[in-house]
Design a protein around this ligand. Sequence first.
Ligand code: AMP
Length: 284
Amino acid sequence: MDSLSTPGTLRAWVARERARGHRIALVPTMGALHEGHLALVDAARRVADRVVMSIFVNPLQFRPGEDFEKYPRDLARDSAMAEARQVDALFTPSVAAMYPAAQEIRVVAGDTASRWEGAVRPGHFDGVLTVVAKLFNLVQPDVACFGQKDIQQVTLIRAMVRELDFPVAIHVVPTVREPDGLALSSRNIYLGPAERIEALALSRGLRAAEALWLGGERNPERVREAVATVLAGNPGIVADYIAVVDPVHLAPVAQADAGTIVAVAARVGATRLIDNLILGAGGW
Ligand code: AMP
């Protein structure tokens, strides 16, 4: 695995691999790697000859008071995990390397970014899209892999690619879970033992919604209530939102059809977790 930390060395690496005729896949991450990230690497490997993973905790997408400073960082461990999974190039720029001057330009997302995660974290998706646009320009990948777990993020990245004509295919990878259903997340390490158990309410709530839908329920409010009921059974959980929405604009639907997304965000103690499922896509 080649370890690269500057845009210049990354560009040179990409140019060399392109000259060899290789298809390149990009897997952007913020590190603290787990099997969810590594599933993206596996998916990338299936559709490309070379896999570039980036690890960059992007300050633009954190708001004051969020966990930018204390976001888990362990480059030695991440690097070993990436290498063991056959990542070809690991790009780990510093903040100064990515943003050498004060940033005057942002990619600004529209209405889809103002809902759900964007309502709780104003400006978050502008930060995400700006760094992803930079990574797309630096790597110019044929394909980029993102997790379904962050469904609003990948929905907006798809919109950016479509509307700004980035020549990259977006590949969405299903959420990787613990055996008990908890979606893997770098933030799960913040959970204490009791919180870890309470956190299962997110995936259990989603499964309850799916079961109701599979039983024929199409009323989005009933589907939403199925999640709310499970969350309400856990006093340590505070729901931020439960959304039953369409897959393109993430706007509430009048009827829950196949392809409708059920997304949930909740605080378990001090930790904020998100999860979702796509109705009719097959559960987990
Ligand atoms: P992050 O490091 O949290 O920014 O995540 C980097 C990428 O990994 C994003 O595309 C996430 O959606 C994806 N990801 C995070 N957790 C999971 C998971 N449990 N399963 C699949 N993909 C995930």
